[in-house]
Design a protein around this ligand. Sequence first.
Ligand SMILES: CC/C=C\C/C=C\C/C=C\C/C=C/C(=O)SCCNC(=O)CCNC(=O)[C@H](O)C(C)(C)COP(=O)(O)OP(=O)(O)OC[C@H]1O[C@@H](n2cnc3c(N)ncnc32)[C@H](O)[C@@H]1OP(=O)(O)O
Ligand SMILES: Cc1cc2nc3c(=O)[nH]c(=O)nc-3n(C[C@H](O)[C@H](O)[C@H](O)COP(=O)(O)OP(=O)(O)OC[C@H]3O[C@@H](n4cnc5c(N)ncnc54)[C@H](O)[C@@H]3O)c2cc1C
Length: 665
Amino acid sequence: MEDGVDHLAFERNKAQFDVEDMKIIWAGSRQDFELSDRISRLVASDPAFRKDDRTTLDRKELFKNTLRKAAYAWKRINELRLNEQEAYKLRSFVDQPAFTDLHWGMFVPAIQGQGTDEQQQKWLPLAYRMQIIGCYAQTELGHGSNVQGLETTATFDPKTDEFVIHSPTLTSSKWWPGGLGKISTHAVAYARLIIGGEDHGVHGFIVQLRSLDDHLPLPGITIGDIGMKFGNAAYNTMDNGVLRFDHVRIPRNQMLMRVSQVTREGKYVSSNVPRQLVYGTMVNVRQKIVADASVALSRAVCIATRYSAVRRQFGSHNGGLETQVIDYKTQQARLFPLLASAYAFRFVGGWLKWLYMDVTERLQANDFSTLPEAHACTAGLKSLTTTATADGIEECRKLCGGHGYLCSSGLPELFAVYVPACTYEGDNVVLLLQVARHLMKTVSQLGSGNKPVGTTAYMARVEQLMQYHSDVEKAEDWLKPNVVLEAFEARASRMSVACAQNLSKFANPEEGFQELAADLVDAAVAHCQLIVVSKFIEKLQQDIPGKGVKKQLEVLCSIYALFLLHKHLGDFLSTGCINPKQGSLASEQLRNLYSQVRPNAIALVDAFNYTDHYLGSILGRYDGNVYPKLYEEAWKDPLNDSVVPDGFKEYIQPMLKQQLRNARL
Ligand SMILES: CC/C=C\C/C=C\C/C=C\C/C=C/C(=O)SCCNC(=O)CCNC(=O)[C@H](O)C(C)(C)COP(=O)(O)OP(=O)(O)OC[C@H]1O[C@@H](n2cnc3c(N)ncnc32)[C@H](O)[C@@H]1OP(=O)(O)O
Ligand SMILES: Cc1cc2nc3c(=O)[nH]c(=O)nc-3n(C[C@H](O)[C@H](O)[C@H](O)COP(=O)(O)OP(=O)(O)OC[C@H]3O[C@@H](n4cnc5c(N)ncnc54)[C@H](O)[C@@H]3O)c2cc1C
């Protein structure tokens, strides 16, 4: 604590659970906690990773600064001989989006997932040593969501045993890939495979973009940055790029050939695997994005919670202290569901990681049965968690009043960096429509003996769920996990069944799907919320050690579920799952739960174990010493370098003098 005072100590003493034990639960295991703790302190204590000057740099300085940090991070990773997990942690605690995110997060996984053994042996060592730097070049100016609509072509030339990569139209220009604009030497580029005039659809190709000697674009390649993005610093540390190919030739063996191959004779051969595996990198990254949502949301919640305990407004009696804004019920009703959501997303993220590892192992053994489930879960949860997180960060900014709008609160930048997660790796509405398709397929197969599995298993009880009426009689009944779960299952299944019934009225199912898209999205959201609630409940069924820890998690789980019920009361009522009285009992219980969280709120955010460096927020400082630091920070603004600003003499003084002259006349 810089001034030796912990302004939040009183709050910390109120906690009814052991915060050190909660840190382990949040981290996933003691080992994960120790690793995160060690690496975050390492980054925080290294001045080369300071980031408090970021918002005042112009784009070029900001970008150069990003390159410096990325190079320094790589140096430290090698010097300290960090393993893959430690290196990943180090990069994420540096907390500055960079080309390396795409190199490690998409380029390498694309080769791992879609390359043959031979291709992996050739390319991965180069990528692991960063002797080449790669990006993931899929999206084009004209098409992002519609991957099958991509226009770049890769035409096989049997004479030379090469592919000719070409951008035939303006709209076929690659547009958006991170790291592409200025840094990547290579790309996994997606293009339509054309053999003998026949179009075999979109495939991935490893293409070298820049010379490894002087970094200039190779012949036939036009490349650049697409320009400033939302927010000042934020995602402008990243060189999202534009790329055009003019008949660029690459050897045949640079098509990623795990899913399908092109022989020397130009024959197209499909392995016995689903073509959707070409989309595998997106499934991988969507899963990571879900895990990442809990990090972004918990950062914002940590800032807003600490500041809400420091900030006082109104309510002073006889000259005493004013009320801490965290004690206002409206503040609690806005903040605590976000705190609960951060924990909920943490646990569902952990589960999704398991699901992803499970499907990966099955795929290696040629078992493709769980691929649709993995696709639906990663797509749906990516959509649900990123939407809630982006909205939640913005709500946290408002929860901090005026000071939340200052860059030094950390919230504007956090929002600006995070919000594109609602769009990249699949627009959130487009992804929910994928979930809806999965649900409609599941409903249509219910009578066929094809038992629904995984997260749709509840649909097997559809007849029972269609008859369900909640038996809640008093507010405490809403604390029973089974009561909550059944209400969410009944709501989700009824919304899906209603959509399926409405769809069946259309002669053309695709037309029906388009017409009912908004209802289908609502049904998909209901299903995804059920997944998050059920995974939180499952987590509580595990052994949870630590004084008072399980009790706190039970409270948060109930808050998460009942907050959703309150927010979507219309769904629960209109589907007849609950009646209005039961709805108000849920609200009553929610208020009780907020009161239970209140004394534990600061400790619950301390359990995230974020350093002040990582939080990057004066409002969220661990010691709560907000006002002196805000005051101090204001004077560091470049505008305060001089008392009279540049431009005064040119523009303002003549105006003032003119006014003076006019006044004298
Ligand atoms: C923390 C993060 C860590 C690291 C990353 C670092 C930084 C991240 C920051 C930014 C990076 C951003 C990168 C990008 O944005 S890359 C570009 C991402 N692009 C997209 O996500 C495009 C979205 N569109 C699609 O995914 C597909 O085109 C879409 C699924 C919408 C439709 O595809 P298509 O038209 O081919 O399919 P359908 O006809 O609808 O369905 C066919 C069939 O296939 C199934 N399907 C679809 N996708 C998948 C999949 N991924 N896996 C498995 N199966 C899939 C679909 O369900 C249908 O099945 P069926 O009904 O049985 O026929
Ligand atoms: C910061 C950032 C980083 C990115 N990084 C990469 C990268 O590294 N590599 C890469 O290849 N790409 C990248 N992208 C591109 C990204 O994947 C796409 O922007 C994304 O998939 C959305 O596609 P789109 O832009 O075509 O949106 P569109 O599909 O044009 O969406 C526009 C609107 O249309 C709606 N819409 C579209 N289709 C439908 C439909 N069928 N039904 C109903 N509504 C629909 C959407 O909901 C949205 O409201 C990045 C994007 C951003 C913002």
